[in-house]
Each structure stands twice: as structure tokens, then as C-alpha cells.
Design a protein around this ligand. Structure first.
Ligand code: PMV
Length: 329
């Protein structure tokens, strides 16, 4: 990895972005709320080349990534757009990789597109000037870091919706007006991804966003998600972790119910997912404490622990590691 490498974190949504109001620019049908996973990152470096095309390679060494032909095409298309935004005319070699296994069934599009946008901005500052790079984003020289992140986030959203939340430390909320950092008093959470399956998923999240609109249960979904987002923020404000767990639990089941009831039925839940969910629920019932638990469009289970939950964290980690591959803290 060279000095010029930039990185962006993955993020896990507690209120889900599912369903697009506009599929071209990835506008969501409802607000979403996520926590940035600072240890799970994508890395990107961009270097000028004499070749007559742009190319994408994966980093060699400890940073693993397997680039499918489709992923490379999507990445190059995004980079072509970024080059036109920043008026970059040369050709470049992009090197990319994640510090988490690409075959672990964890989404990496959020972190990889966020890292590409950050690296392209850095490149534009070097090749042109910071002033020109900022002006390409309709920002002035005295704009602050938050403004820059919000502008890059908006650009990145068009390449991968959920990537727009990967520009902010800790918590981020994405509403129709764009994504921004949000201050929530629970900080330095610990994270575990319970890898139930490493198989490539059959239905991509892009397809899921379209299919859910055909479910009868989609009626009222934007309102339900918005109400849950508001309630979750109130629960965090009141430092009511159990209430937060319950809201997040209902939210991911709501999303998975949409998958299972769309006109062309599909789903990601596997026996292993249910085993983990049952264990977590039982843990909560017995201890009146536990992690926040969620699932994305995949079979893996994501757990978030408060910084003071050392015992809970160790007990759950020890138990689940007997049957599953765990990633994270
Ligand atoms: O950004 P996309 O198109 O990969 O959609 C991601 C959707 C979920 O991961 C299922 C939910 C979310 O908000 O991240």
C-alpha cells in the first residue's frame, strides 16, 4: 500500500434504505440511519498511467479483494463520471482492496465507492488545485470539512446509495436532502458480523430495491421506516438501549418481510441466521441486556455492543465463535 492510499469505512444501517424513489440518482423512499464500521475499510489509490484507458487492479498483499468483471465495469463507470466532474483528462490505474475478506458475504460497495470518491477528490487537488477541486463540487475555498464530506457523499450516492453514509464518523443519517453526520451519545461501539454464509447472494440489493415495491406490505413502508427512525433517535437521546434494540429488530424483520412477499419472492434468511437471531433474542430475554442486532440484504447477522458491555460482548463472542466465522472487533 503506498502513501497515497485513502480509505473509507463500511457502514451498517439500523434503519434501512430499501426501495428507491428514483432509481437513476438513488433517491431513497425513506430516511436511513447507520453506524460507520471504522475497522472494516476499503482502500483506494489512483496513479497516472501512459496507457490509453483507465484500469482497476486489486492491491496485492494483505488487502484482499476479488474484482468481478461486473464490479470493475461499475467502478470504471463511476470513475469516468468523477473524472468529468473534476475535469481530469489523463488515464489512471486505480488500485483497490478491502481489509475484510471479499468473500465473507459483507457488502463492500458502500466503502469502496466512498473511497473512490475521496481518492478522486485528492487526485483532483493534486492534478489541478484544491480550489478547482472544491469549485467542481460547487464549494468555495473556505468551506469546512463537513461541507466537503456532504458534497462527496452526494456524488457517491449516485454510484451506490448506501455509500453516501460512509463519509461520516460514527453515526450518519440519510434523508432526501442528503446524508450527514449525526451526534448520538453512544460512541465507540463494538461490532461483530456473524458470517452465516459466504456464498454470493442470488439477488443483488439493486434488484431488491425494485422488487420490494411490488410487495403488498410496501404500502406504508416509507412512513413506518420514517417513524422508526424518529423513535430510534429518541431512544438514543434517552439512552434507552433496549428500546433501540427493539426498534432495530422490528426494522430488519420489516425489510425481510418485504423480500419474502414481493411478487417474485426471494429471501436471504438461512437456518444459521435464525439460529443466531434466536440466540440473541434469548440472551436479551434472560439478561435484559444485549447487543443491537440487524441484518442487511444477506444471511449474515450484525451485532453492535455499547462500549461498556465488555461481559456481554465476551459471552456472545465466545458462544457464536463456536459455530460461526466472526468478523469485526
Ligand atoms: O446501496 P445499496 O444499493 O447496496 O443498498 C443497500 C441496502 C441495504 O444494505 C440492505 C440497507 C442499507 O441501508 O444499507
Amino acid at each position: 500500500m503506498n502513501r497515497e492510499t485513502v480509505s473509507a469505512p463500511s457502514n451498517i444501517a439500523l434503519i434501512k434504505y430499501m426501495g428507491k424513489a428514483d432509481a437513476v440518482s438513488n433517491l431513497p423512499t425513506n430516511p436511513s440511519l447507520s453506524y460507520s464500521l471504522k475497522h472494516l475499510r476499503s482502500f483506494v489509490s489512483i496513479e497516472k498511467t501512459k496507457q490509453d484507458i483507465d484500469t482497476v487492479n486489486s492491491f496485492t498483499g494483505e488487502i484482499q479483494v476479488e474484482l468481478s468483471e461486473k464490479a470493475v465495469k461499475r467502478y470504471l463507470k463511476a470513475f469516468a463520471k468523477l473524472k468529468s466532474v473534476f475535469a481530469l483528462e489523463d488515464n489512471y490505474v486505480i488500485r483497490t482492496g478491502n481489509n475484510f475478506p471479499s468473500d465473507s458475504g459483507l457488502a463492500s460497495s458502500a466503502s469502496s465507492f466512498a473511497a473512490l470518491c475521496l481518492a478522486s477528490f485528492k487526485l483532483a487537488c493534486e492534478e489541478k488545485s484544491k480550489k478547482e477541486a472544491l469549485s467542481a463540487l460547487a464549494l468555495s475555498e473556505d468551506s469546512n470539512e463537513a461541507g466537503l464530506m456532504e458534497a462527496l457523499s452526494e456524488l457517491s450516492r449516485k454510484f451506490s446509495g448506501s455509500s453516501c453514509r460512509s463519509f461520516f464518523k460514527d453515526w450518519s443519517v440519510w434523508q432526501n436532502t442528503g446524508a450527514k453526520a449525526i451526534d448520538i451519545s453512544f460512541k465507540d461501539l463494538k461490532y461483530i458480523a456473524v458470517v452465516v454464509s459466504q456464498r454470493q447472494k442470488k439477488v443483488s440489493s439493486s434488484v431488491a430495491h425494485l422488487e420490494v415495491l411490488t410487495s403488498d406490505l410496501f404500502t406504508g413502508r416509507p412512513e413506518r421506516a420514517k417513524a422508526r427512525c424518529d423513535k430510534l433517535l429518541q431512544a438514543f437521546e434517552a439512552r434507552d438501549w433496549q428500546q433501540a434494540f427493539e426498534i432495530v429488530w422490528a426494522e430488519f424483520w420489516d425489510m425481510h418481510a418485504l423480500f419474502e412477499t414481493s411478487k417474485v419472492t426471494f429471501g436471504y434468511m438461512e437456518p444459521g441466521s435464525l439460529k443466531v437471531l434466536r440466540y440473541i433474542k434469548q440472551y436479551w430475554d434472560e439478561n435484559k441486556d444485549g447487543p443491537i442486532c440487524t441484518m442487511d440484504a444477506g444471511p449474515n447477522v450484525h451485532l453492535l455492543f455499547r462500549a461498556d458491555q465488555d461481559k456481554v460482548f465476551t459471552e456472545i463472542k465466545d458462544k457464536l465463535s463456536q459455530s460461526f466465522l466472526l468478523l469485526g472487533d
